[in-house]
Design a protein. Structure first.
Length: 126
């Protein structure tokens, strides 16, 4: 299976895991969106920020940079499993996908009091 097809299926799997998943996408180590899928019934707040021509101004780039910074602590804390960023309107889950650290799954979730059940389901399925 081609890498792009695999990532597209991974995004679809993430979307079908829980009704609170708004978007699932895979970004490379420069923050470029390689593939992504939105839930059909939502507004697209991350789409507009990710469509900008300057990759350094989009949410995916910021998510990748944050995970990369936290990965520097792996030698003393153990492997980074995921990172969760919470905003008023969305929660963003970022999961390293490769040992090389060059592909990341970015999942946006509906705002909810606790997303631990959703995050656990996602981590189990991917």
């Amino acid at each position: 299976m081609e890498e792009h097809e695999f990532f597209a299926e991974l995004c679809q799997l993430a979307l079908s895991t829980d009704r609170n998943v708004r978007f699932a996408g895979v970004v490379d180590d420069r923050g470029k969106l390689l593939t992504g899928r939105y839930r059909k019934d939502i507004k697209r707040p991350l789409y507009e920020s990710s469509a900008k021509t300057d990759v350094e101004t989009n949410m995916f780039y910021a998510s990748y940079q944050s995970v990369t910074l936290n990965k520097t602590f792996e030698s003393s804390l153990g492997p980074l499993k995921y990172q969760l960023s919470e905003f008023d309107d969305v929660k963003l889950l970022t999961v390293p996908l490769t040992v090389r650290g060059d592909r990341f799954l970015c999942v946006s979730l509906d705002p909810m009091p606790s997303c631990q059940v959703t995050v656990s389901k996602l981590m189990k399925n991917i």
